[in-house]
Write a protein that binds this ligand. Structure first.
Ligand code: DGJ
Length: 565
């Protein structure tokens, strides 16, 4: 429930009475809208495990984020923000990912101004969109540029990180308890205000900080950090390592093993003091800070919370890439240090999307992509299908979405159009083993692996090719292809996507049966109802040899199979 604050002063008694009366009417109306008789208010957005998947539940129903993240500064000016909703709606977003800046909401120590937050929520509601809120607090891309002036100026209270030569950086140290306290206080105040203001649950998730990581050296060397490095490795970390010994990432496993898998000792005793060991130390410092911040936020308002990280390019050393951020080779440290953080999100800017995204799907990590490349390449649509279908993701959101070129005809818009239609089916099938997603993996250099792949699903083996056999190869944008398939009955499937060819076989070992196509129909869901179109028995399916999602645009096909011998 939200009651508008009335800031105008009535000039007459009649005016005051009218206002009081209006306030009562507003209050009553708000109560009726928010809680009709017998209705139970929906739970706050939260995560729920369903089989192998975790779903985001909003207003008591699963919610799939078909989103986009705004450029960093777009929401800092509500007037500027207001000019972009048309584009966001054209793309078909149901969620906008937007920052709240620490320096804007706490311009003076202990004095809060939540107008930017309230305005953002009001604009999103008016445009029927949900929000994932980014807390730009102590760190934004390693730096501390969003800290309020009182923090920036007071370097004696709020210690700066130092490099290995003792040179201070414009980066707050995670080892300074005063910094943690200040960040917790502001973030707690934000979440508390959100709880009372956002009765419609427009904000569905919160990101804690942004792309934490240490630059330009592997770890912080300020005096507090040095003291921590000379101290004992916390038991919570060695307990985690022991408990998860068989499944540790090779990076962490090898560094720990090199010192004999010790379960107690100083950092140097347990991990050594190699660059790798120092990155582990720094990842622990960051993760514990982020976890303590998350706890403070959740204590005020318990929304799902996550962190994100900047991935490392091949051959870069920590400190060249933001060292010790929440990225796959130090996930174990972040999971041990951040048990209250619900998930680690994927910021995917490199072409080798599949390589990275696959590493984010773990039993302890639902996949969410708050940032993805959207501009120079056309792969965002295919990546969205792969993320939601194959990795059972919560959502997918390219970055700087309001600048998407040609939004009405962009392949991402086309992908979201189809994904909206099949969202209920995706939700119904996540976590059950009845859905698979496809795309051709690209290498970091952008080279496509076009090898057809095999998938077993519900008694059938699918051979999936991402190269269209009916279109000249040099005219195909194979990187833009992607899709998913859902088993809708014993011998029935729904396939959606673009540029995918699927052949079916019997999955039973040594089966003498062959599989034929009874029928393929194209169509779409209109207001949730299937409306079938053309029957595709001819050239479009190689006269019944395969199912083909054409490469030109995203579409939906339903297929019925039969066995014969
Ligand atoms: C990743 C960051 O998380 C974003 O805030 C933004 O700075 C982009 N990089 C720019 O590419």
């Amino acid at each position: 429930m939200k009651i508008e604050k009335n800031t105008q002063q009535p000039s007459t008694l009649a005016g005051q009475n009218r206002m009081r009366c209006n306030q009562w009417i507003t209050l009553f109306a708000a109560l009726v809208v928010a809680a009709p008789l017998g209705a139970v208010a929906a739970d706050a957005p939260h995560l729920e495990k369903r089989g192998t998947a975790t779903q985001l539940i909003v207003d008591d129903k699963p919610f799939l984020i078909l989103g986009g993240e705004l450029g960093n500064s777009t929401a800092s000016d509500l007037k500027y923000l207001s000019t972009h909703w048309g584009t966001l709606k054209t793309i078909g977003l149901n969620t906008v990912i937007a920052p709240v800046e620490w320096d804007q909401i706490e311009p003076t120590e202990g004095v809060y101004d939540f107008a930017p937050l309230e305005g953002l929520i009001q604009q999103a509601e008016a445009n029927r969109m949900k929000i994932v809120l980014l807390w730009f607090g102590a760190w934004k891309n390693s730096m501390s540029s969003y800290a309020p002036p009182y923090i920036k100026h007071d370097y004696k209270t709020y210690a700066r990180a130092q490099d290995d030569k003792g040179v201070p950086q414009d980066i707050l140290s995670p080892y300074d308890p005063d910094t943690l306290k200040a960040d917790q206080r502001a973030f707690g105040a934000l979440m508390s205000h959100l709880k009372s203001f956002d009765s419609n649950h427009t904000v569905v998730m919160v990101q804690v900080e942004n792309e934490i990581g240490m630059l330009p050296v592997v770890r912080d060397c300020c005096p507090q950090a040095q003291a921590a490095f000379l101290g004992q490795v916390p038991k919570a970390l060695t307990d985690y390592l022991q408990k998860n010994k068989a499944n540790l990432h090779p990076f962490v496993r090898d560094v720990w093993a090199a010192k004999g898998n010790r379960t107690a000792g100083t950092w140097a005793e347990v991990f050594g003091d190699s660059v790798e060991a120092q990155e582990i130390f720094q990842a622990w410092g960051f993760s514990v800070f982020a976890n303590d911040l998350t706890k403070a936020g959740k204590a005020a308002y318990n929304l799902p919370m996550y962190v994100n990280g900047a991935l490392n390019r091949p051959d870069q050393k920590p400190g060249q890439y933001p060292s010790a951020g929440p990225i796959p080779h130090v996930f174990d440290i972040w999971k041990a240090g951040g048990p209250d953080i619900d998930l680690i999100g994927l910021d995917a800017y490199f072409p080798n999307y599949v390589y990275w995204a696959d590493q984010f799907k773990r039993p302890d990590n639902p996949v969410f992509v708050p940032e993805a490349n959207r501009a120079g390449r056309t792969d965002a649509g295919g990546n969205a299908f792969y993320t939601l279908g194959e990795l059972e993701g919560i959502g997918f959101a390219p970055f700087h979405i309001e600048t998407l070129p040609n939004p009405s005809t962009h392949p991402l818009t086309d992908a979201f159009r189809v994904l909206h239609q099949i969202t209920p089916l995706i939700h119904a099938n996540q976590g059950k083993g009845t859905m698979r997603g496809f795309r051709a993996p690209l290498s970091y250099e952008g080279v496509l692996d076009e090898t057809p792949r095999k998938y077993d699903i519900g008694g059938y083996t699918l051979t999936v090719s991402m190269v269209d056999s009916r279109t000249p190869k040099d005219t195909q944008d194979i990187a833009a292809h992607g899709g998913l398939i859902i088993q809708t009955g014993r011998d029935e499937f729904l396939a959606a996507g673009r540029g995918v060819i699927i052949r079916f076989a019997d999955a039973a070992a040594n089966s003498s049966y062959r599989v034929g196509i009874e029928q393929i129909v194209e169509g779409e869901f209109v207001d949730g109802e299937w409306v079938g179109g053309r029957w595709l028995n001819g050239d479009e399916s190689g006269q019944g040899r395969y199912l083909r999602l054409p490469p030109e645009r995203f579409g939906i096909l339903r297929v019925k199979l039969y066995r014969y011998k």
